[in-house]
Design a protein around this ligand. Structure first.
Ligand code: NAG
Length: 231
């Protein structure tokens, strides 16, 4: 009878001894599952971010690509106009040609400036938005994998298991909240690229229109020399 009682008591003790280990393993599994899921989510966002940045760059490049042929066309017809001008001697025509070449350098600078400002703004945005936060989030998320071991080291699991479980519960809440709120935050960071890209694109269009207007003004100025044979 007494031996039976002892056996039951021993089994209960064993079960009790087993329980803390189970709960810790469960926490460990939960933490690493969440960490992997979160990491996958971050890497999806990372790829999405890269795609968006590439797409905006491509659109800017297309706009710059449109600028070049229109300015080149304007220059071609300008050259024809110089060649066809009446009542102008060779000396004057040559002088006007030189002026044209000089102004062409400035017109090239105008396009380069447009590209430069667009690049500056866009690259600053693509470096400073999303990426630094994603890296911070990744390292914080990775920390969660070793959270159980870390809490185990901080707490006395033998004499006060409740405190350890309590701490792990708190950390579990923290990482779950972190996963959701940081995921949202990173997504918003990606969307915010669009505002900058819109602005940069509009600035670029305006810049290229101004460059074209300047080119026409240059040409009108140069043509005025032909009116009176460069006198
Ligand atoms: C582990 O995750 C499961 C499923 O989400 C949950 O039911 C369980 O309570 C979690 N365990 C701990 C110790 O937090």
């Amino acid at each position: 009878m007494f031996a039976k009682f002892c056996l039951v008591f021993a089994l209960i003790q064993l079960a009790c001894a087993q329980q803390p280990f189970d709960v810790l393993v469960e926490f460990g599994t939960n933490f690493s599952t969440l960490a992997i899921e979160t990491q996958n989510e971050i890497s999806e966002l990372y790829n999405f971010n890269g795609e968006i940045v590439r797409e905006f760059n491509r659109e800017l490049l297309l706009e710059l690509g449109r600028m070049v042929p229109s300015m080149r066309e304007a220059d071609l017809s300008f050259q024809q106009e110089i060649a066809a001008a009446d009542g102008v001697d060779d000396e004057c025509r040559e002088y006007v040609e030189e002026l044209r070449e000089l102004f062409l350098i400035f017109q090239n600078w105008d396009i380069q400036d447009c590209a430069y400002y667009a690049h500056e703004e866009l690259s600053e945005d693509s470096v400073n938005r999303f990426l630094p936060y994603a890296i911070t989030f990744l390292s914080e998320n990775t920390r969660s994998i070793s959270q159980v071991v870390q809490s185990f080291a901080r707490n006395n699991a033998v004499s006060d298991l409740d405190a350890l479980v309590f701490e792990l519960d708190g950390e579990w809440e923290y990482y779950q909240t972190l996963a959701v709120s940081f995921g949202d935050f990173l997504f918003d960071e990606i969307l915010a690229h669009a505002d900058v890209a819109d602005r940069v694109y509009l600035d670029l269009v305006e810049c290229s229109e101004t460059a074209l207007e300047l080119q026409i003004a240059d040409q009108e100025y140069i043509l005025s020399y032909l009116d009176n044979n460069c006198e």
